[in-house]
Design a protein around this ligand. Structure first.
Ligand SMILES: Cc1cc2nc3c(=O)[nH]c(=O)nc-3n(C[C@H](O)[C@H](O)[C@H](O)COP(=O)(O)OP(=O)(O)OC[C@H]3O[C@@H](n4cnc5c(N)ncnc54)[C@H](O)[C@@H]3O)c2cc1C
Length: 337
């Protein structure tokens, strides 16, 4: 384990924020995780975990040991007539894992094509897109307990998945380093094409025979046309979660705003945060080199040289204006570091 000092984290976060880590190291095995935890505790330094840096906002230099998870490997560990169980290193790139599954003809993750980041971070917020969440293909994970240094296993129930939520963002926040994730994929394919513009895109692509490859291609096409590429404009995808409000609250808003979209769920009505932000006039807003994306109001952007604190302040202003206009609390999906 090689520890570097005063490293710029600009290449390691998709917002492209230029903040420094006091100590920085790349971790390629579970043993190195333990070594790093011991080192941080011997130096009395906090330890911060970094995957692909696609769901974080750096607001300051990190006076900490930042460990970038690079644990690799994809291994078929069990199979039946219907299913395969694949164990994947936390540092594998998520999209490359998706492509691997498609190549092997295993179904389940094709709708999650092109989501940036690592496999290890995928259970953190139960990543989801186009009607599918990883909880549907998740079997279990291995993680190192940061306090005891024990290796522990978490099954499906232990993770308490919710909408962009898991136990690792709540009661167990900051307590574990995820090292491997096991996924359960299907040999027989079921397609989820009803969500978003997938069917229409498949038609435009002139796809006659549906396949997981075709669904993945359609998802990639839609994502590339809708979302800013972090290599071009710094961003962390959706900055806020879509809020769920009570039915009476939704009905009140609907009387005043007849076009408000709403999707019933177990707790009430989910309202697209993008709609609220656009109605409050933030779409395309710019303030020096940061702003709200001109096509995707849910995406805050760094046009280059922007500061994490400014983005955090902008996000606060947006939250306040949504509260004032609609009496709705917006919660950040992005993790502030
Ligand atoms: C353009 C764009 C589009 C996106 N689209 C989607 C989308 O459609 N759906 C969606 O759900 N998300 C989306 N995201 C968000 C992001 O891709 C996911 O949240 C992704 O899982 C983050 O992975 P990461 O490796 O980059 O995590 P990081 O940003 O590095 O880390 C995120 C959090 O997880 C912690 N963490 C990371 N790895 C580990 C580990 N091994 N053990 C313990 N803690 C860890 C970090 O400390 C941090 O708190 C998008 C982001 C971008 C930039």
């Amino acid at each position: 384990m090689k520890i570097q000092e005063n490293i710029s984290l600009k290449p390691y976060n998709t917002f492209g924020i230029d903040k420094k880590a006091k100590f920085f190291t790349q971790i390629s095995s579970e043993n190195e995780v333990i070594e790093a935890l011991k080192y941080a505790s011997s130096q009395n330094t906090p330890l911060i975990i970094l995957g692909g840096g696609s769901n974080i906002l750096l607001t300051d230099d990190l006076n900490a040991l930042v460990i970038k998870i690079e644990i690799k490997g994809m291994r078929l560990i069990k199979e039946s007539e219907e299913e395969v169980f694949v164990e994947v290193g936390a540092g594998e790139n998520w999209h490359e894992f998706v492509l691997h599954c498609i190549e092997k003809n295993w179904s389940g993750v094709e709708n999650l094509s092109l989501i940036p980041g690592t496999v290890g971070a995928s259970p953190m917020q139960n990543i989801g897109a186009y009607g599918v969440e990883i909880k549907e293909v998740f079997d279990g994970l291995y993680a190192v307990n940061r306090e005891t240094l024990d290796r522990e296993y978490f099954g499906w129930d232990d993770c308490k998945f919710g909408y962009r939520e898991s136990v690792f963002k709540n009661t167990l926040k900051g307590k574990y380093v995820i090292t491997k994730v096991v996924f359960k994929l299907k040999k027989q394919h079921t397609f989820h094409t009803e969500y978003g513009a997938i069917l229409q895109t498949l038609e435009e692509m002139n796809i006659k025979d549906l396949s997981i490859q075709a669904v993945s291609n359609a998802v990639i096409k839609i994502r590339q046309s809708k979302l800013p590429d972090p290599k071009v404009i710094g961003n962390a995808g959706s900055f806020f979660k879509n809020p769920t409000i009570s039915i009476p609250h939704f009905e009140r808003l609907k009387r005043e705003n007849p076009t408000i979209p709403g999707f019933p769920n177990e707790e009430g009505i989910k309202v697209p945060a993008a709609w609220l932000i656009e109605q409050a006039g933030w779409k395309g807003y710019t303030q020096e080199n940061i702003g709200v994306h001109k096509l995707q109001p849910l995406v805050l952007v760094n046009y280059g040289g922007g500061d994490g604190k400014e983005i955090a302040n902008l996000s606060k202003k947006i939250q306040e204006s949504i509260k004032e206009k609609f009496n709705v609390d917006l919660h950040a999906e992005v993790n502030f570091l």
